[in-house]
Design a protein around this ligand. Structure first.
Ligand SMILES: C[S@@+](CC[C@H](N)C(=O)[O-])C[C@H]1O[C@@H](n2cnc3c(N)ncnc32)[C@H](O)[C@@H]1O
Length: 259
């Protein structure tokens, strides 16, 4: 194109954004240690705010005697969603596509990083379903199973409660895949089962180690639309967060029950 070609002006101002689907990404090179160090090496205040929302939600929606099979979809290197389900779960399936993260999870259940103590203090503080658990990380190791799995293969009506954190919008740039992942997660639960899901708001993608991963830019309305066919009593709260990295506009937490 020459400088006076009108297409040059168009090309400058219209970014060409290729779609990246979930299957286009090599998930098995996900750098677990880098992701853990950046996100969960210490308890951040945005995660503390999310913990308050979801631990209060589970405590209010489940009886102390309730005990079922929980699933956390796309666990990565994050143990706190599973820890928030611990009082209510005889089994916790940590369902993860990347083998690096499954390997990290298996090792970390046996030898947890010290920061999980900070997370547990935030989870259990003042919540009596939680504070009767004296050795949460040992209990989690006894109850957790690390499973190789793809969110798009989840079957309906299998689990009694569930979490999915920063997955549906952070594994693809495709809106249809974001919606499908969100719906398949909720649909994998039994009718009326409570769930909590977290989403990055307006994320433009993220770097882990030296590799870039795709994301889908979603808002509160997009999350509500994705959940509408499968969930009821949906509440979406936005958590102000801006310094984790560049290219996002806060975090969103959706709670509700499967229809
Ligand atoms: C942004 S990370 C979120 C990790 C963790 N849940 C957290 O809260 O930090 C996205 C995770 O989804 C996993 N993942 C990617 N595609 C997946 C799929 N199709 N099914 C299940 N997990 C997937 C990745 O390996 C990674 O662990």
């Amino acid at each position: 194109m020459s400088d006076d070609d009108p297409r040059a002006a168009v090309a400058e101002h219209v970014p060409i954004v290729d779609e990246v689907g979930n299957a286009d990404v090599e998930w098995d090179v996900f750098d677990s240690n880098a992701y853990f160090a950046h996100n969960y090496g210490t308890l951040r205040w945005d995660d503390a705010a999310i913990i308050k929302i979801i631990a209060d939600f589970f405590a209010a929606n489940l009886h102390q005697q309730f005990i079922g099979h929980a699933i956390d979809v796309g666990s990565g290197t994050n143990l706190y969603p599973a820890l928030t389900m611990l009082p209510y779960a005889s089994r916790v399936t940590l369902y993860e596509r990347a083998w690096t993260n499954r390997d990290w999870l298996s090792h970390s259940l046996e030898e947890p990083q010290p920061s999980w103590g900070q997370f547990w203090t935030a989870i259990a503080g003042g919540r009596h379903h939680y504070d009767r658990i004296t050795k949460p990380l040992e209990l989690l190791a006894d109850r957790a199973e690390v499973a190789k799995g793809n969110v798009f293969d989840l079957r309906p009506n299998r689990y009694d409660l569930g979490t999915m954190f920063f997955v549906a919008e952070s594994i693809t740039t495709r809106d249809d895949e974001f919606r499908r992942a969100t719906r398949l997660f909720v649909n994998s639960l039994t009718p009326n089962a409570p769930f909590a899901a977290a989403f990055m708001r307006n994320s433009s993608g993220y770097v882990v180690g030296d590799k870039r991963f795709p994301a889908c830019m979603v808002s509160e309305d997009d999350v509500r639309d994705a959940l509408e066919p499968v969930a009821r009593r949906v509440e979406i709260k936005t958590v102000d967060s801006h310094d984790l990295r560049e290219g996002y506009g806060g975090m969103m937490v959706a709670t509700g029950r499967k229809k």
